[in-house]
Write a protein that binds this ligand. Structure first.
Ligand SMILES: [Zn+2]
Ligand SMILES: [Zn+2]
Length: 273
């Protein structure tokens, strides 16, 4: 599916959202009615994929057919008003478990988002690095020997591995670790070590040109978008396709801060035309 072509010139969409099937806070239908009310033209569901480790945020394998059936039901009900997509935000847990795997490729999804939320500790056990700053700080002590360099390096190396393995259309919030890493170690994003890691990932993105989302979920609460404003010019200059996703977990937030991201893209393009 050519997502960019499907969206056309519409700005009323999100292709990244969560519902009762994972850690979202409302049933799928509530998001659809909110989207129609808000004049959305396209809406994509992207539950956190099943994973082979314990996680309260990810959907179970058994729930996948129910999820797909619910998208079908909603399409029948609302398909005249909005284009609905069945997608998934698929976790990369190393070469054994990621978007490219046969299971995820065999699912009848309209598109796939690839994201890194978990990285292995030094014994290979996968630990969530995407949760709250408090939990991250706890995990730093309990699982990562206080080694923030290890954590950010592993996050970006896994992101590069995921890109190389492919099997997805959109790379999710590609510098998300910056939020928790900065809370834990202020200024780390300005360090040469951190910047060279992001630059390595950027090189890989520019080479492969997946769709990059600008994820606005944390803008209101934490004042951040993913990727950070500082990386967006390089993506635009390289012709990487960009979309703006709200990553909504609540129906009221489906359009939150998306206008900010669009105006950022536009003002850069205007100056550099
Ligand atoms: Zn995510
Ligand atoms: Zn998400």
């Amino acid at each position: 599916m050519d997502i960019i072509r499907e969206l056309g010139s519409s700005r009323k969409y999100t292709l990244h959202s969560h519902t009762q099937f994972c850690d979202g806070h409302a049933p799928m239908e509530d998001f659809v009615t909110a989207a129609i009310r808000d004049g959305f033209t396209h809406y994509g569901f992207s539950p956190h994929s099943p994973i082979p480790i314990e996680s309260p945020c990810n959907m179970s394998l058994e729930a996948v057919p129910l999820y797909l059936a619910e998208v079908e039901r909603l399409r029948r009900l609302y398909g005249d008003h909005i284009r609905l997509y069945a997608a998934m935000e698929i976790d990369w847990l190393g070469p054994e478990w990621g978007p490219a795997n046969d299971y995820f490729q065999s699912l009848p999804l309209d598109y796939r988002i690839g994201s890194v939320h978990f990285i292995p500790d030094k014994s290979g056990r996968y630990i969530d690095v995407d949760g709250s700053a408090e939990r991250f700080a706890r995990n730093m002590v309990e699982s990562f020997d206080d080694d923030i360099d290890y954590v950010v390096t592993t996050f970006y190396e896994h992101s590069i591995d995921m890109l190389r393995a492919g099997g997805f259309d959109i790379i999710g919030h590609f510098d998300k670790i910056g939020q928790n890493a900065s809370a834990y170690c202020p200024g780390i994003e300005d360090s040469a070590m951190y910047r060279s890691l992001v630059n390595r990932l950027l090189d890989e993105i520019i080479l492969r040109k997946p769709i990059v989302e600008i994820n606005t979920k944390a803008k209101t609460l934490h004042g951040r978008i993913f990727p950070s404003e500082r990386y967006i010019p390089a993506l635009i200059d390289a012709g990487v396709p960009l979309i703006v996703n709200s990553d909504a977990h609540w129906p009221d937030l489906i359009n939150a801060s998306r206008d900010y991201a669009f105006s950022l893209i536009e003002s850069y393009k205007k100056v550099n035309d």
